[in-house]
Design a protein around this ligand. Sequence first.
Ligand code: ZN
Length: 409
Amino acid sequence: MEKLLPRFLEYVTIDTQSDPYSKTTPSTEKQWDLAKKLVLELHQIGMQEVSIDENAYIMATLPSNTDKKVPIIGFISHFDTSPDFTAKNVKPQVVKNYDGKDIMLNKGKNIVLSPDYFEDLHQYKGQTLITTDGTTLLGADDKAGIAEIITAMEYLVQHPEIKHGEIRIAFTPDEEIGRGAHKFDVKKFGAAWAYTMDGSQMGELEFENFNAASAKIQIEGKSVHPGYAKNKMVNAIGIANEFLGLLPSREVPECTTDREGFFHVHRIKGEIEKAEIELIIRDHDEGHFEARKQLLQDITEKLQKKYGDYITLRIEDQYRNMHEKIVPVFHIVEIAQEAMESVGVEPIVKPIRGGTDGSQLSFMGLPCPNIFAGGHNFHGKYEYIPLESMQKAVEVIVKICELTAVQIK
Ligand SMILES: [Zn+2]
């Protein structure tokens, strides 16, 4: 367990930011830097069948040490970090015995991590926190998951008295751009089920996520001298504005919670001749999700009627709610729940307001709930993680391996 922190600190200093505009896998060359290191490390701790394919998907096996017939289970995390915030020159800071007060992340820039704003901090008084220096994200999402899985596997290698079936682990690129599962070879992985270690705070256990789609609206305009534009000019910016005005103004990320869905406009660019809107649609409920897509269609048609065919809509499905794939194999959630309780972690079961590798994998035939990795405030400079939560995640992984061998007949 003592290697957990140094492992994590090493991984986060390697920049592995993914890039949604890249067509390659991994989406960025630099993801190989960490991937190659992880392969070496898996060999070093005594894992078997360590492999990395041409897309940088890493897999490895911890062989069974029992004569009992136990299903093969897996643990998965991703090594890329979000394109939302820079991961260049991450300088993690270790705050020991946190005093419960403001943490100065960066004196020069006066960037403070404060429990007045981030109230979750209160519960970590006395613990060891790992934070950023205020200029980058941390990358606990999901390098914490990787450090935890490797540390748990090392622990099981060193403690053969803990009986378990065959354990498979996998580390993937490009999860943050929604492609972590795209080239995941479920057959080669060969597990009956798996867990992604990619949740947030300690106790999180998730098997419901959003249905997700992205949409791009392209608007063509006609530029004419403004002095002579009457009945001639078509201003693409104006139409884009009208489109946005027809979306429900309260159904946005900043006004919704729990199972409430939303539209999230995240990019707009425009000139008179051409405007483009990019947005995402999220909803746990399949029916509501389809209705949201239909609304975009309706708005598009309405504006087409008004202005002619200057406007096009393209919707792309991204991932689906894994709930329906998990319910028929619900014992896999119960094992995780019991594992948490037996190491003193209270399970927090809640729907994910996002997606994980696990949602796609579940639809590819590998049921895959999500378990906490321990971090907070992902994808930004206020990201932090308590070491104690990471240690509990390691214990949970070990316990799941143990319980699966005990309980499954
Ligand atoms: Zn993640």
